[in-house]
Design a protein around this ligand. Structure first.
Ligand code: HEC
Length: 463
């Protein structure tokens, strides 16, 4: 069943009630009208077994050798044959890396050339001290065999995905993600020479696609900004996960450079396996004694500020010295955001305050105790009272959100998937209470009077 969740489908599955559903390719955000099809170069044939693969990082202990651990992961990325060909990202067709189904719907949904999804647009001053507003960041990520197998189990009945009561990825599940940006080299000097692709994204004057929607997307050049990695590693006792990120940097002597321009110039920013709960400095813009994130200090002054006066908006990569990448919010950390993955979402990924003089000691304390705890992936985040944990997978959460949106919009023709009936928490997400996605004429008539906000897009996921 190729292209599952990417437009076309399907008449599979055993349960009679949910055995059939249709989602026309043309409703997908990755649909290419010129070819009357979706043609992303990624694997969607989720594997039926986890297999027994051995990965290069398994021989390395991250606490003592974090750079070696990241280098080992990079070797696995290299083995996938990932490269840019004719300004599009591609991989060896048989490489054992799969994309998550159902991310190709809505304003943030996969674009048609590389399958990128829209990410948080960085705030002014996030990427560099001179970076401005309206920068777009888009990304595509893959799961390895154990991870893709677990996802396949959830989507076994593609018309009615099911989350086990305690969902957990198998050991050595892993994911990596390439992030691209429209920021230009004048504003963000470390992007100079960075590999370019073309992607079908929102126009410059409508960065969130709010005006013209998916139809308003146009092909635009983007540069590689960041590569994220995540591993479910049994040695990460506190959280179960190790997460890291690289930035692309031009080599010192480009003319003499021999090698793979895309992968050999990726420089590790850092690796983390816990959130250092309780560690804080009363002053919001100071780094504190962090032991569960390792940061590459050579990037100080490039990806975050060398001195307070120099670049006040980004005093550290993630909050007070925890790990985050340049595309990410300095108020948070990789693991803090991902720990909140659940269906349905309860706690916000991160509060939307600004870090500045108004951020008092009291706020620092409240922020650290709310966001920087160490949570096991299959256990509900202690900030949440309801919901099924998704073991740090925010792509699964995004996929669920889009299925329910497609059902609510009557683009998906099916029995209403069970996940869409789960009551929403704090007004987030789309809930469909009727039995079928297709509404009766009476409901459709009533919909004419529903306030548009009730059906509008949720904000970009990676806030
Ligand atoms: C503020 C929230 C936030 C922060 C911080 C964040 N992410 Fe994510 N991440 C997301 C969301 C939302 C998604 C899913 C949507 C997408 O992929 O576009 C995601 C997806 C991913 C994925 C794909 C796997 C999956 O299903 O979640 C990986 C790998 C990943 N992030 C790694 C990282 C790393 C490494 C860092 C830190 C350098 C990081 N993330 C920081 C929100 C965040």
């Amino acid at each position: 069943m190729k292209n599952l969740g990417l437009g076309i489908l399907l008449a599979a599955a055993s349960l009679a009630a949910h055995a059939q559903c249709t989602f026309p390719a043309s409703a997908s955000s990755a649909y290419d009208p010129a070819m009357s099809a979706i043609h992303l170069p990624w694997r969607t044939d989720l594997p039926g077994t986890p297999g027994t693969p051995v990965f290069a990082w398994q021989e390395v202990r991250f606490e003592s050798s974090w750079r070696d651990y990241m280098a080992a992961f990079l070797e696995e990325i290299r083995a996938s044959g990932i490269r840019i060909d004719q300004r599009r990202l591609t991989m060896n067709p048989k490489a054992e890396w799969w994309i998550v189904p159902w991310m190709d719907y809505s304003l943030n949904g996969r674009e048609r050339l590389n399958g990128l999804t829209a990410e948080r647009g960085p705030d002014r001053g996030d990427l560099s001290k001179t970076s401005g507003d309206n920068i777009q960041t888009w990304a595509v990520g893959w799961y390895n065999r154990p991870g893709a197998y677990a996802i396949g189990e959830i989507f076994k009945n593609p018309c009615n995905p099911q989350i086990p009561a305690t969902f957990a990825f198998p050991a050595q599940s892993a994911s990596f993600k390439f992030l691209f940006t429209t920021a230009d080299v004048e504003q963000v000097s470390y992007l100079e020479g960075s590999p370019e692709i073309d992607a079908y994204i929102n126009p410059k004057d409508d960065p969130h696609g709010e005006r013209d929607g998916v139809d308003g997307r146009t092909p635009r050049p983007m540069r590689l900004l960041q590569v994220d990695i995540a591993v479910k590693d049994p040695n990460a006792k506190d959280t179960g996960w190790v997460m890291g990120t690289f930035v692309w940097r031009k080599p010192a002597n480009p003319k003499a450079f021999k090698g793979d321009w895309l992968l050999d110039n990726l420089v590790p920013v850092g690796l983390m396996w816990g959130n250092d709960p309780g560690e804080l400095d009363p002053a919001w813009n100071k780094t504190t004694a962090i032991s569960q994130s390792q940061i590459n200090q050579e990037l100080r002054g490039v990806v975050w500020a060398a001195s307070e006066a120099d670049w006040p908006q980004r005093p550290y990569p993630g909050f007070q010295g925890r790990l985050n990448g340049p595309a990410d919010n300095p108020r948070s950390s990789c693991l803090a955001c991902h720990a909140a993955a659940q269906w349905r979402r309860d706690q916000p990924l991160v509060d939307s305050f600004k870090l500045d003089k108004s951020f008092s000691e009291e706020k620092v304390r409240a922020h650290v105790s709310k966001f920087f705890m160490n949570t096991q992936g299959g256990i509900r985040h202690s900030g949440s009272k309801v919901g099924n944990p998704l073991d740090y997978s925010l792509q699964l959460e995004a996929a669920f959100d889009r299925i329910c949106r497609a059902c609510s919009d009557q683009k998906l023709q099916a029995k209403t998937p069970d996940i869409c009936k789960v009551p929403q928490v704090r007004n987030r997400g789309t809930i469909v209470t009727r039995d079928t996605c297709e509404a009766s004429p009476a409901v459709n008539f009533l919909k004419l009077f529903i306030k548009p906000e009730a059906l509008s897009e949720t904000p970009n996921p990676r806030q």
